[in-house]
Design a binder for this molecule. Structure first.
Ligand code: XBP
Ligand code: MG
Length: 247
């Protein structure tokens, strides 16, 4: 029997729905501030989300939509991304973006029970910290693996390998929480079991490799719906259920 030792959380889309009303808005502010008439609509952003990482996403957008821009990309992309990070942090500090159902409850329960906690995100570190500091306690997370800390972003498994090495844990002792196909691929390739919580941008993606797919983690008064998985009843995702899933 394997014992659950750690929970590893993705940030964007998993802890909170940060993309549509957070990152997307911040990118658009950064473009406008730089006098660029680029605008990432909700539907265009859904397409661009296939590329993980803000800098990589801008690079992909330029290749696809403005191939004529070839000069000074090496400085333009990091400058835009830095401006975007500043806008994003301001947006988060205003408190407009809330945690998803069940996140605070589960993380608090895990911390109180001595289950180790980590973050594995493609987002830049300041962005991940902004959300944790606003709504949770960043000190509770033993490892916060973010952004460029590994050479290859999700769907590569590097960020999960990094977390496992830092925590000296084997994949069987951990459970991962993700929201996207790319995130699930990353965790799966690192042999980690993954619970996926869907949202509008990811609800049509293929999650056949997930251990469990839910609409959200649920609360006692607002139970989750099971999209895929072998658990019997509806309810809310707590440590007891997490422990059952690693057995
Ligand atoms: C998150 C991302 C990030 C954010 C933007 O993916 O892809 O790129 O959209 O963050 P995941 P930065 O949830 O799979 O980690 O601009 O800070 O890169
Ligand atoms: Mg995500």
């Amino acid at each position: 029997m394997t014992q659950l030792k750690a929970l590893i959380f993705d940030v964007d889309g998993t802890l909170a729905e940060t993309e549509k009303d957070g990152h997307r808005i911040a990118f658009n502010h950064a473009f406008a501030e730089a006098n660029l008439n680029w605008y990432w609509s909700d539907s265009l952003y859904g397409e661009l989300l296939e590329i993980s990482g803000g800098k990589e996403r801008i690079g992909y957008y330029l290749q696809q939509y403005h191939p004529e821009i070839k000069e000074s990309l090496e400085s333009l992309i990091p400058q835009l991304h830095q401006a975007k990070t500043n806008h994003y942090r301001r947006l988060l500090s205003s408190g407009e973006i809330q945690l998803r159902q069940g996140i605070k409850r589960l993380i608090t329960e895990a911390y109180n029970e001595g289950i180790r906690l980590a973050i594995a995100t493609t987002s830049a570190l300041p962005n991940a910290l902004a959300l944790l500091e606003k709504h949770l306690n960043s000190d509770w997370f033993e490892v916060i693996a973010a952004g460029d800390i590994v050479p290859n972003k999700k769907p590569a498994p590097d960020i999960y390998h990094y977390v496992l090495t830092k925590m000296n844990l084997s994949p069987e002792e951990c459970l991962v929480f993700e929201d996207s196909f790319q995130g699930l691929q990353a965790a799966y390739q690192a042999n980690l079991k993954t619970i996926v919580t869907l949202h509008d941008y990811t609800k049509e993606q293929d999650f056949s490799l997930a251990s469990l797919v839910l609409n959200h983690l649920g609360e006692p008064e607002n139970n989750f719906k099971i999209i895929k998985g072998d658990i019997k009843s509806e309810g809310y995702f707590d440590l007891a259920l997490a422990k059952l899933l690693v057995k």
